[in-house]
Every structure is written in C-alpha cells, then in structure tokens.
Design a binder for this molecule. Structure first.
Ligand code: ZN
Length: 309
C-alpha cells in the first residue's frame, strides 16, 4: 500500500489527530495556562464556526488547537497538505523545490515557498549537546557555494557563500554559514559544538593550525599534496560525503538561494543526514521527527544566526 494513501494525508480530522498524537503524547495541554485536566475536544461544525481540532480548556475557558505555538499556527493551509509537504521534503534525499511542491500540492508558488521555509525551521535542531567526546572523532571542513549578493566575482572562493560543517563520525552533522575563514570566526563555533576530549580531523588549511590547543587531538591530511587518507583513520571523507549530497541538492533542486536563507537549507540537509536510513530512521519516522520540531518555532525573518548551531 502506498505510504501516501494514509488518512492523515487526505483528511483534515485525521491530520489533526496525527499531529495531536505527536505533539501531545500524554494528552492535550492548554497552551494558555498549561492545564491538562479539564480539556475537552469540540465537535467540528462549519455552521457554528467550530474548526476541526478545536479544544476548550475548562481551567481558563480559552480555546485552542494543537497548531498554537507551532510553525503552522498562522497558516491557512490545510493540515493534511502540510503533512504531504513534510513527507515530500523529508523523504527526498536532495530535497524538493518550491516549484515542485507548488505543482504537487496544488497551492500557489508563494504558499509553497513559505511552507518549505517553515518546514526547514522545524528541522532546525536546537540546544544540542556537544559532539564528539573521549575516543570519538569529529571531522571539520568548509565548502563554498553560490555567490554573496553584490560581491564582485573574484578568483577562488572570496565571492562565494561559506559553509562550515562538523560531522561526528557516529553520524551527526551540523552546518553553519560563516562570513570568513578566520580562526576568530571558526574557533568559537568549534568550541561551542565539540567536546574538548574529541579527536578532530581537518585538512591542512591555516585556520585549523592551532586546534590541538583546544581539543584532545588534531590530525590533518594534506589535500594540496593529494593526500586523502593517512594511517590511524586520518581523513575527512565522511564530511566530503556530506558535502557531495549537499552540493548536488543545492545545484539540482535549489538553484537560487540567498545568503539570508542559506542557514535554513543547511538545517534541512543536516536534518536528513542526521535521520538517514543507515542510522535506522525510515521515511515515516523521519517525517514524524520533523513534525515534533514544529513546536515553539514560529517563523520570523528577523532572527540572526547564533554561534551555537
Ligand atoms: Zn487553559
């Protein structure tokens, strides 16, 4: 049976029930007063203007749905369409363009664009533990993509957008947009995200020269001299694998990405990588995991990147 034939992809009531089971695993919680005891579900009725999924709290007498306080809150798009969008975005290895989403879901391009950015926001992982640890290895590398708006085209990477990625060899990736490759830009990110007991692997680039001061070990390969693997597991091949999926996706699916949105695309690629099949996460579990991320992340476009990724 097709995964997409599930009720919650087509039926609004079923979609609300599915989201409620994900967001409220222990029963409904009132977003206004935190009450849990005297909440009752109202029966949807178009004539009385009672929306699907509406609940009422007996403590504070206020009404709410499970969408309050989530990235879906102010959206008029039907929840079952959101479910289709989340599934498509989380199950396609390289992502899905807003154009494709617009054609597949039958919403306008503008709506599809907003939906995909909100779903990316849901995929952002926050407040994570440091990566690595004693006896563990984290690879660090940077890549360049597209072009910074207004920057004159120069040689090498200066006019391109810069991405720093950290990959824990046990499976997790974290990526962040950086303005430049200076140690004073990179070091605070590494210190905030990697435990100091960790072995770090990089290439020979100058910004990584002094890493052994802050971490247990630092090894590097000399890519400039054609050296890719050294004895003792010294290489950055894991991160190269991550960059290759990221670049194919960005070139093939998301051709035009401004620097102000790049961090959200990175969150999307990190999320799929961190919830991939070889780590035991199937497509449905991955979609559910993204849905769990919708809480407390109403999308604003005023936020700036924080150091902690
Ligand atoms: Zn209440």
């Amino acid at each position: 049976m097709s995964v997409l034939s599930k009720e919650y992809f087509h039926n609004e009531e079923a979609a609300f029930e599915k989201l409620e089971s994900i967001i409220w695993p222990n029963g409904a919680v009132c977003p206004h007063c935190g009450g849990t005891d005297r909440i009752y579900k109202m029966t949807a009725n178009a004539e009385k203007r009672i929306r699907v999924g509406l609940h009422k709290c007996g403590e504070c007498r206020k009404q709410f749905t499970v969408k309050v306080g989530t990235v879906f809150e102010s959206s008029h798009v039907k929840l079952h369409l959101w479910f289709q969008a989340v599934y498509l975005m989380t199950s396609s290895k390289k992502g899905i363009s807003s154009h494709q989403l617009h054609r597949t879901l039958g919403v306008t391009y503008k709506t599809a664009w907003f939906m995909s950015h909100r779903i990316r926001e849901a995929m952002t992982t926050m407040g994570m533990e440091p990566m690595g640890g004693e006896g563990e290895t984290v690879e660090v590398d940077e890549t360049f993509i597209g072009r910074v708006k207004g920057a004159p085209k120069k040689r090498a990477y200066h006019h391109k957008m810069k991405v720093l990625t950290l990959v824990d060899r046990r499976g997790e990736a974290r990526s962040v947009v950086i303005k430049n490759l200076q140690p004073k830009t990179i070091m605070p990110i590494l210190k905030a995200n990697i435990a100091k007991e960790t072995r770090i692997m990089t290439d020979e680039a100058g910004q990584y020269f002094h890493l052994s001061k802050d971490f247990a070990e630092h090894h590097f390969v000399r890519h400039g001299q054609g050296e890719y693997v050294r004895k003792g597991g010294v290489h950055t091949n894991t991160i190269e694998g991550f960059f290759s999926i990221f670049k194919r996706g960005m070139k093939g699916v998301y051709q035009h990405c401004g620097e102000q949105h790049l961090h959200r695309y990175l969150a999307e690629f990190d999320f799929r990588y961190n919830n991939r099949m070889v780590l035991g996460v199937n497509d449905s579990q991955r979609a559910d995991h993204a849905l769990r991320g919708i809480v407390g992340k109403r999308l604003t476009y005023t936020g700036t990147d924080s150091i902690k990724i």
